[in-house]
Design a protein around this ligand. Structure first.
Ligand code: SAM
Ligand code: MD0
Ligand code: SF4
Length: 360
């Protein structure tokens, strides 16, 4: 056992005692690979999740409504010019119908996600997007998250006024030199500033990091600490999944242990924040280990047979009907947990919005 890991029991005990790991202890946790150490880490993370959220898990419906994009992120299937990318753009009526179906299936939030679609970005004209948010909000009555890429504060304010409670925009890595190889040609500080602007406007915000894109454990620790210090309410980690037709196509996929260890570390560092268990990396079989590592939101629930894609797994488990609220709920029950009620999630959002308003 290395010197760092000898400290593990002490770090976990302190975290359970209300002292979140900080400084070099974050990297110590992120470096866990031994199965016994990992099990102890996950148990502590699960206990902290239980204290803050009980046995209730939130469910997010995912609508990737436009896969057109002007950017060239090296990790992404949907980057501009990739002939292998499925391209489609759903109409407002289609999106509303999809969102209503998701709402009826029991999800707690609708995540409206798009590439940086030239339809809006080329003309800097986002009125149609604002109308889309308004229509989905009106038809479902659910909290709405918008994942439009990097947009201006004015656009964010209009999206907020149309009913979007949440803005998701992931930095991927908080190490600028790693970022430069991923989000080629996209300004590092401007992307982070979009999140800050959203928080100042009183929106809830999500940031996220990717694993397996050439980062070190130190870079991962930098991301966890950066997200802790940002005004963000939901913090995500996803393993990079290599995509056909992209510059990183032949990289080897990140093993899943790193993502689980990162979820658990984030739970210890930020016990009260929302942490996704995405179905977009390992499909429905990825739910159980991520929840066991301390996640409390199932994301990337996608209705089957509507021609909708995931992001990192464009097809896995979608048309098989396994990325559904019903399937997620039954997997949660098997873990002794349950899908939250709509009221529980709406209550959490209302409380978070209130805290955000006070901090402004
Ligand atoms: N286009 C918007 C943007 O980039 O902000 C929103 C959607 S984007 C497709 C959502 C996120 O999916 C990215 O920020 C990235 O974290 C994740 N992602 C994309 N491709 C991925 C891949 N191949 N493996 C893992 N995660 C990926
Ligand atoms: C997910 N595939 O929830 C989606 C996506 C965008 N806000 C979320 C990465 O896992
Ligand atoms: Fe476009 Fe988002 Fe993919 Fe980057 S991650 S290429 S911005 S869809």
């Amino acid at each position: 056992m290395s010197g760092g890991l000898r400290r593990l029991p002490e770090i976990l005990e302190r975290a359970l005692d209300g002292q979140p790991p900080a400084g070099s202890d974050i990297a110590t946790l992120l470096a866990v690979t031994d199965p016994h150490d990992a099990a102890a880490l996950f148990a502590a993370a699960g206990e902290l999740r239980r204290r803050h959220f009980g046995d209730a898990i939130f469910l997010y419906g995912f609508v990737y409504f436009s896969t057109y994009c002007h950017n060239e992120c090296t990790f992404c299937l949907y980057r501009r010019g990739n002939p292998e990318s499925p391209r489609y753009r759903k109409s407002l009526d289609e999106v509303v119908a999809i969102a209503c179906g998701l709402a009826a299936s029991g999800v707690h939030l609708i995540d409206l996600t798009m590439g940086e679609d030239p339809l809006y970005f080329a003309t800097n004209e986002f009125d149609a997007l604002v109308e889309l948010v308004r229509a989905v909000k009106e038809a479902t009555g659910l909290p709405v998250m918008i994942s439009p890429g990097k947009v201006s504060a004015d656009v964010l304010a209009a999206l907020r006024d149309a009913g979007a409670e949440w803005y998701a925009c992931y930095q991927e890595t908080h190490a600028p030199e790693v970022y430069a190889r991923l989000r080629v040609g996209q300004d590092f500080a401007a992307r982070a500033a979009a999140r800050t602007a959203a928080a100042r406007l009183g929106m809830l915000v999500e940031d996220g990091m990717l694993l397996g894109i050439g980062e070190t454990v130190g870079d991962r620790a930098l991301s966890v600490a950066a997200m802790r210090d940002e005004p963000v309410d939901q913090v995500r980690v996803m393993s990079f999944v290599p995509q056909r037709g992209t510059p990183l196509e032949h990289e080897s996929p990140a093993g899943s242990l790193g993502e689980l260890v990162t979820i658990a570390t984030m739970r210890l560092v930020m016990p009260e924040r929302l942490i996704p268990a995405t179905l977009d990396v390992d499909g429905i079989n990825g739910l159980e280990p991520r929840i066991a590592a301390g996640a409390n939101v199932v994301t990337s629930i996608v209705p089957p047979d509507l021609g909708l894609a995931g992001v990192s797994q464009s097809e896995l488990d979608i048309d098989a009907g396994l990325r559904t609220a019903a399937e997620a709920s039954s997997r949660l029950t098997a873990l002794g947990l349950r899908a939250a009620t709509a009221g529980e999630y709406a209550g959490w959002v209302a409380g978070a919005l209130e805290r955000r308003a006070v901090r402004r």
